[in-house]
Design a protein around this ligand. Structure first.
Ligand SMILES: Cc1ncc(COP(=O)(O)O)c(C=O)c1O
Length: 390
């Protein structure tokens, strides 16, 4: 049996959450009660009308049990286009400019296989969501990591990208509200990204997974709102965060039809698309009442406030996020991200994500996912805050 996996495989770091999961499982096996604020996996239930739509589709449409059509149900594509019109005032052609995905992560990672050759670059942020670079590594390409710095409010400075990289860039991935730093951008920032992309002729990929998880009146814009964006932009979105459907595995991409058709072709060699009963449930998610989405956002807002005000009592003042369900927190002096996260796990039984696991510019931070009841968030806030007192 061949012993060595591919060079491509060896280049990949162990997935952030698999390392943590091993430690977590060990503590659980020892009978410890863990507060798990590690993964951004929503703890709130999927709204009932969506679950009911799934049950109905599974029970009544026997055709849903067959292989799905990989383009997705026409009614789902229409519903996504309508959502984009209502939410962003962006016109999307449901026939050619939408593709449902088995989660947006799947689509983002596979897109690199359609566009990246060895020697080609993808530009992404550092720190960032791992699918924003691992897809390119799997495709054998290079990644240029654009640092996100606290002094710039974790918004990238595009002038830091060297011309030598820009000349070889095929894809640039932007994602705001940002995981893990929680930073946000305005349309002027998107305009500079688009100008750069036009000058150097590359594709812009926007990952808008947290578009609806926004607070204090902030509404995340879509890159597709910009004039001419559809020439070179594809935007990914997800049902995972908006509708608490992370385990259902469904997302979608909208935008430039040629790029979407290449992604669809790559996927056609690998998968058959999304289980149609799940697609029916998503039609009901997009067209149904949005009260539950509002409640979800309000729940995260309350948890954010409880967590941050608790930390404030210990003299700790992290940035108050306007979006995402995370808090990005500088670790106390004298610790690395890993050391502090390990200490929290071992001494306080709290799981958080070490900032460096999203890239080296995440060093010195932890990401706290607000995915537990308010009482547990309060308890975690007290326990974490107390670690800053020396
Ligand atoms: C920025 C970002 N994009 C995409 C995803 C994954 O979304 P999906 O569940 O649709 O694959 C996540 C999940 O945490 C994320 O943080």
């Amino acid at each position: 049996m061949p012993k060595n996996p591919s060079k491509r495989f060896n280049q990949l770091a162990p997935y952030v959450f698999s390392i943590q999961d091993a430690k977590k499982l060990k503590l659980k096996a020892e009978g410890k009660r863990i507060i798990d604020l590690g993964m951004g996996s929503p703890d709130l239930p999927t709204p009932k009308h969506i679950v009911d739509a799934l049950i109905e589709a599974v029970s009544n449409h026997s055709e849903t049990h067959r292989y799905p059509n990989s383009k997705g149900l026409p009614k789902l594509r229409e519903s996504i286009a309508l959502w984009y019109k209502k939410r962003f005032n962006v016109d999307i052609d449901p026939e050619r400019e939408v593709l449902p995905l088995i989660g947006s992560k799947e689509g983002i990672a596979h897109l690199a296989l359609a566009y990246i050759d060895p020697g080609d670059y993808t530009i992404t942020m550092n720190p960032s969501y791992p699918a924003h670079y691992n897809g390119t590594f799997i495709a054998g390409g290079q990644v240029f990591f654009l640092p996100l710095r606290e002094k710039n409010d974790f918004v990238p400075d595009l002038s830091e990208i060297p011309n030598s990289v820009l000349n070889k860039t095929k894809l640039m991935i932007v994602s705001f509200p940002h995981n893990p730093t929680t930073s946000i951008v305005d349309k002027d920032f998107y305009k500079s990204v688009l100008d750069l992309a036009e000058k150097y002729d590359f594709i812009v990929v926007s990952d808008l997974a947290y578009s609806e998880i926004c607070f204090d009146g902030y509404k995340a814009p879509s890159l597709l709102e910009l004039d001419g964006a559809k020439e070179r932009v594809v935007e990914f979105n997800s049902f995972s965060k908006t509708f608490n459907m992370a385990g259902w595995r469904i997302g979608y991409v909208v935008g430039n039809q040629e790029i979407i058709s290449k992604l669809a072709q790559i996927k056609s060699y690998i998968d058959y698309g999304v289980f149609e009963a799940i697609q029916y449930a998503c039609i009901s998610a997009l067209n149904g009442p949005l009260d539950e989405v509002k409640k979800t956002v309000e729940t995260y807002r309350r948890r954010r406030d409880v967590f941050i005000s608790t930390l404030n009592r210990y003299g700790v003042y992290p940035k108050v996020p306007k979006g995402t369900m995370y808090v990005w927190l500088r670790v106390p002096e004298g610790y690395t991200s890993q050391e502090f996260s390990n200490k929290l796990l071992e001494e306080k039984n709290i799981v958080v994500s070490p900032g460096d696991s999203f890239g080296k510019h995440g060093e010195g931070f932890i990401r706290v996912a607000l995915v537990a009841d308010e009482s547990l968030i309060l308890e975690a806030g007290e326990a974490i805050g107390s670690m800053y007192i020396r």
